[in-house]
Structure formats: structure tokens, C-alpha cells
Ligand binder design. Structure first.
Ligand SMILES: [Cu+2]
Length: 128
């Protein structure tokens, strides 16, 4: 009987966590498609030591990156080939940048010394 209560408790907890995330909690769906093509808004998560995109492939055109620092220290968001640079994103803070992306492969990094080497480096593929 005791185990059963535990089980119910766990199920409730999971349900609660899922609900807490709510709509939009799950970053992107990949099908946001803003006006005039493009990927619309793409929410990027940064923390030690990863940069996470909802999808490693997005559509060319106008895109707004909303970069959220979910880590404990400051991070930057840099896509050199697209002339994108956001400096000084503090823990818990979000900053955004809009850019027109052409098809290609872009390297995305946090350019604070040591961070990309530690893993804050990823590749974004932009398709036609
Ligand atoms: Cu960093």
C-alpha cells in the first residue's frame, strides 16, 4: 500500500512538472515560420558548457534569436559568419537579435575565453 502511494506521488509530480513547463516551455517546434519565410523566433539556451538550439536546422530568411542564459555565469552568443554578436548575457537573462540568414552552415560559439573549448560551440545549418 505504501508503494502505491509513492507511485501516485511520483506520477503527480511528473504531471505537475510537465504542466509547469506549459505552452512554449518546450523550445521551438521548428514550424513557427514568420512572415516572409525564415524561421521566425528561435529560442536558444546557453549554459555551462552547451549552446542548445531547438533544431540544428532552420530556414533561411529573417530570424530572431532569443538567447537565454540558463547557466550560472555570463555568456556571449556569436555567429561570426552572420555578424551576430551578443555580449554579456547574465545568468537568468535573455537577449535577442534579429538577422537575415542565407543558406549555409554557421558556427555558433560563446567567445568568452575557454568557453567554446569547453563545449559552447555548435553548428547551425540554414536551408533554403
Ligand atoms: Cu560562455
Amino acid at each position: 500500500m505504501k508503494e502505491r502511494i509513492w507511485l501516485v506521488g511520483c506520477v503527480l509530480l511528473v504531471a505537475l512538472l510537465v504542466t509547469a513547463c506549459g505552452p512554449g516551455g518546450q523550445p521551438g517546434g521548428g514550424q513557427q515560420g514568420g512572415p516572409g519565410g525564415g524561421a521566425g523566433t528561435v529560442t536558444v539556451s546557453e549554459k555551462e558548457w552547451t549552446i542548445t538550439f531547438p533544431s540544428s536546422t532552420i530556414k533561411a530568411g529573417k530570424v530572431t534569436f532569443v538567447v537565454k542564459n540558463e547557466g550560472a555565469i555570463e555568456h556571449n552568443f556569436v555567429i561570426e559568419a552572420a555578424r551576430v554578436q551578443i555580449d554579456g548575457i547574465q545568468p537568468g537573462q535573455s537577449k535577442e537579435v534579429s538577422v537575415e540568414l542565407k543558406p549555409g552552415t554557421y558556427e555558433v560559439v560563446c567567445n568568452i575565453p575557454g568557453h567554446s573549448e569547453a563545449g559552447m560551440k555548435t553548428t547551425l545549418t540554414v536551408t533554403q
